[in-house]
Ligand binder design. Structure first.
Ligand code: FES
Length: 192
């Protein structure tokens, strides 16, 4: 399952390792958290992705001041770490809304009405893709195949998949979502 398209690496030309940078960032709570997590994973092969996941799980995003301690722990440049963060749409540099809605934009879902569904969802939530509603209630993301092609169009709400979603059903799902616990979400099968 892949959420979103790969984003451009905005830092790819930002230069090589900069060990002098960000002396002050190491003092922030986010930097301290990143440093602790990076130290715990430092000797793990391919540690960067596990570290980024762990930082995002704990902080809700990977803020800019978390980059330097991760780079230092792994002997990478800040540009290299930033490049990985910006390449994978899963990683956020700012916190998401309280809910995250992802709407599949791939071929099967397009053929089954995801464009109309997407228009409805954008209007309903009051924000576009890659954005968060002004009240912070929800972040809207595109997805590129959720593995539910035979039951298109498909979406996820907080990571839980829903199939054959119509505009009306989306409205119902959002109402229901507020009453469902995270634990229950994790155990429910795909709803068709
Ligand atoms: S194309 Fe939408 S779930 Fe596969």
């Amino acid at each position: 399952m892949r959420i979103g398209k790969a984003k451009p690496d905005l830092a790819s030309t930002a230069g090589a390792r900069d060990s002098s940078a960000s002396a002050t960032s190491s003092c922030t709570p986010a930097a301290a958290t990143a440093a602790r997590i990076a130290a715990a994973h430092r000797d793990t092969p391919g540690a960067l992705l596990p570290i980024l996941h762990a930082v995002q799980d704990e902080l809700g995003c990977i803020p800019p001041d978390a980059v330097e301690p991760i780079a230092q722990a792994l002997n990478l440049s800040r540009a290299e770490v930033h490049g990985v963060i910006t390449f994978y749409p899963h990683f956020r540099q700012v916190p998401a809304g309280r809910r995250v809605v992802a709407v599949c934009q791939a071929e099967s879902c397009q053929a089954m009405g995801s464009e109309v569904l997407s228009s409805h969802i954008r209007a309903r939530l009051g924000c576009d893709f890659h954005a968060t509603a002004a009240d912070g209630s929800v972040t809207l993301e595109p997805a590129y195949c959720l593995g539910l092609c035979a039951m298109s169009p498909a979406i996820t709400i907080d990571g839980h998949p829903y199939a054959r979603v119509t505009p009306d059903r989306f409205d119902q799902l959002m109402q229901q979502a507020d009453t469902l616990s995270t634990e229950a979400d994790a155990q429910r099968p795909v709803q068709q």
